[in-house]
Design a protein around this ligand. Structure first.
Ligand code: NI
Length: 269
């Protein structure tokens, strides 16, 4: 399957979790803007066949190249980003993994039992990141994970589906300033994540990002249904390095705040 097909399938799957993203795109199209996707964020656990580098292999096989590595200490995450060299307008892939060994033994036991339902073959398919949730999970397992990590609870409940897509603010014309864009989106009724300020990052660190609040979806657990935060839409403005090239990396500190877009308490605001 071509990379464009894989990315399109991931976008369609993401829209099921966050239909608002299409409304944001339509709203910007109505302003004669064209949308370039900066990056797609994917989540996993650092366990066995689903560890970050295993999840990255299908993207490497499709022509992506590994770039930088990041650590998010407060969230106990490690991440890498991948770029598609043949066409820089193809979105970067950002994969993070939860450092499961840093959590309680109950937490680890739940994650290990979930991951035991997945084979290495499943992970290596090009469509793994729009394949849904490969395990059953109970509400009590979900709540136990949620007590220690919103991120871990999200992966357990949602599974292998895109966490967010990201509009490249640089490629907008009228709204190429992130504050102008934010004000416009709010005037159209979209709610932005204001945890840590609407804009995370600065021109000095070469990256500014904002995002919508996560949508909420009803998820089926083995012992009932529950509405939980799903996905948000992100906006990224990149600034040039001394070389004149736009910075293509990510900022660990500001991303700690961005991850809170899917925290249960922020999303319920
Ligand atoms: Ni992002």
């Amino acid at each position: 399957m071509s990379i464009q097909n894989v990315l399109e399938n991931m976008w369609q799957d993401y829209l099921l979790l966050n239909p608002e993203a299409q409304r944001v795109v339509d709203t910007l199209h109505a302003e004669a803007e064209s949308i370039v996707n900066d990056h797609i964020a994917l989540r996993t656990f650092n366990v066995g066949v689903v560890a970050l580098e295993e999840c990255a292999k299908p993207f490497l096989a499709m022509g992506y190249k590994e770039k930088d590595e990041y650590f998010f200490e407060a969230k106990k995450l490690r991440a890498k980003h991948y770029e598609y060299k043949a066409d820089p307008s193809t979105p970067k892939i950002f994969i993070s993994e939860l450092l499961v060994h840093e959590f309680s033994s109950d937490f680890q036991a739940i994650v290990n039992s979930l991951v035991s339902h997945i084979s290495a073959n499943q992970v290596q398919k090009s469509g793994f990141f729009h394949s849904g949730r490969p395990w059953n999970v109970s509400l009590s397992q979900y709540e136990t994970l949620l007590g220690e990590s919103d991120y871990g609870a999200w992966v357990a409940a949602i599974g292998y589906r895109p966490n967010h897509f990201t509009v490249s603010v640089n490629n907008l014309k009228k709204y190429s300033d992130i504050n102008t864009l934010n004000d416009f989106l709010k005037s159209k009724g979209f709610k932005l994540n204001s945890s840590g300020g609407e804009v995370k990052g600065t021109p000095h660190v070469r990256l500014e990002q904002s995002s919508t609040l996560a949508n909420r979806v009803e998820v089926e657990f083995t012992d009932g249904k529950k509405e939980i935060p799903s996905c948000y839409f992100e906006f990224a403005k990149r600034y040039p390095l001394d070389s004149g090239e736009l910075y293509q990396g990510f900022i660990a500190k500001s991303a700690d705040k961005i991850f809170e877009s899917t925290n249960t308490y922020h999303a319920s605001q």
